[in-house]
Design a protein around this ligand. Sequence first.
Ligand code: AHR
Length: 509
Amino acid sequence: MKTGLALAALLAFSAAPAASEVQAAASVDANAAGVRIAPELYGQFAEQLGEGITNGIWVGEDSPIPNIRGYRADVVEALKALHVPVLRWPGGCYADTYHWRDGIGPRAKRPVTLNHWWGNNEENNAFGTHEYFDFAELIGARTFLSVNVGTATAGEAKDWVEYVTSPSRSTLAGLRRANGRDKPWKIDYAGIGNESWGCGGNLSAEQYAPLLRTYGTFVRQDHGPKIVAVGPSGDDYAWTEEIMKSHDKFDFLSLHYYTLPTGDWARKGAATGFSEAEWLATFAQTRRIDEMIARHSTIMDKADPGRKVALAVDEWGTWYDSAPGSTALRQENTLRDALVAATNFHIFQRHAERVRMANIAQIVNVLQAVLLTDGARMVRTPTFYAFLMYRPFQGGSALPVQVESPRLSAGATAVPALDVTAARGQDGSILLGLVNVDPDDSAAVDLSIAGVRGRRISGQLLTAPAMDSRNVFGAAEEVRPVPFGGARWSAGKLRVSMPAKSVVVLTLK
Ligand code: AHR
C-alpha cells in the first residue's frame, strides 16, 4: 500500500488504478562543486569463511579449474571489470584469531589451524599474506589488513607490517624475500581489530580505546597504513562518543550494519521466495543506515570538526537465514540485492564528505556476494551488476539532489519509492543513478538539472521478471543490465520512465 508524505503525491496515488505509474521528481544542482566520491566507497571484503576464499578465490595452482598462480581465472576476470578499489582481509571475526606467521612460507609446511568463529573448520593457510597481496595486485585493489587485537600482541602486528612493507635488510624483510617477494608491498589501510565490542573480545569502548592507541602506534609506522579504528555496531552512538576521544590516533572509524529483512537476528528472512511486504521491509531496514551515518557524523563533528577522520562502512549488505547448522553464510542473491546495493551507494554518496570507504560483505560466496561459484562454475550476481553499473561514480563528485517521491508502506515505516543520486564523473559527464523499489508500478521521474540541458543521454537498466529473480549456474543470466532508452529531454527537464523494481544509471555527455 502506498502512503504519501506530500499530499499531492498521496492524491495522485489514491486516484490511480492498481497497476499505475509512480510520479516522482528530483532536482540536481550540477553547478555545485560537489564532494569527491572516494573510489573506496565501492570496496569489497574477503574473509576466510565458508567458500569465500578457498574455492571462491583460491583453488591452488594444481587445480583443474583454470587459474592464475592459484587464483580462479574467472573470478579474477570478473573482478577486474569492477575496478575493485580496495579489498579488506582476513576478517571479520577471523582477523582476531589470525596469526600471520601461519600463512607464509612453503604451503605444504604451513600449519593447519581451526577457524574458531566459523564452525571450527580446518584451515590449511594456503591463502596467506603473499597470496592476499598478490591477488590484490592482480585485480588492482588497494590493500586493507585487519590486524589481530583479540588474541595477539601489538608486537605481532608491528612485525606483520615490517614483513610486508620494509625495504630494509631486517630479518623480517629478508624472510619475505626468502619467501619469494623482493619488493615491499604497500598496506593502504590497517584495521585495529574487528568488532572488538563482540567477536573481537567483547570489550567496552573504554577497554578498546587504549588498545587502539597502542596497536595504532606500532602499526602506523613511517609512511604506514591509514588506521581504521573499530567503530560502532549500527546505532551504538555511545561507542562513537568514546572512541572519538582518541580521534588524533586514527584516520577512519568503521561502522558495521547488516540489512536483515525482518530486523531480527533470530529470524532474518529468506533470500528467495519472500513476500512484497518483506521486500519493502528490506528497503526500510537498509535505509536505516542513512540516519546512523548522519548521527555518527554529528558526534564525530564535535571532536573532529575538520572531518579529518572518515567513516568506513567496512561491513554492510544483506544477511538472510542460512541452512540450519551451516556456518558458511552462503546465500542466494536476487534482484532485491541489486536494489539494496544501489540504495546503499546512494546513501554513501549523500554522505561522501564523511563516508570515504565501504566494503560489502563479502566478495565471493559469502552473504551479499558479487560472485558465486560452484566447482568450476561461476555466476555474476545481481549485486555484481549493480557495482558494474555504478563504477563510473568512483572518483566522481557527488552533487546535491532533492527527491520528491511517494512512499510505500513497509509495516510500521514507509520507504520512498524512488531514490536518486547524481555526480559529476571524472570526465565531466553528469551521472545519475535511480532506484525504483515499487515492486509493481513503473515510475516517471522528472529531473531538473541546474546547469545542464539537452546533453546526449546513454543509460543502462537492471530489472527482472520477479522480485527474487537471480542468475543460476549453467543457464542464461536472468538479471543483467541492458541498454536503456527511457530517458528524454522535455521542456528543459529530463523525464525518466523506468519499470517497477529497477535500477537505472544514466550518463549525460
Ligand atoms: O561478515 C560476516 C561477519 O559479520 C564478520 O566475520 C563479522 O565481522 C561480522 O559480524
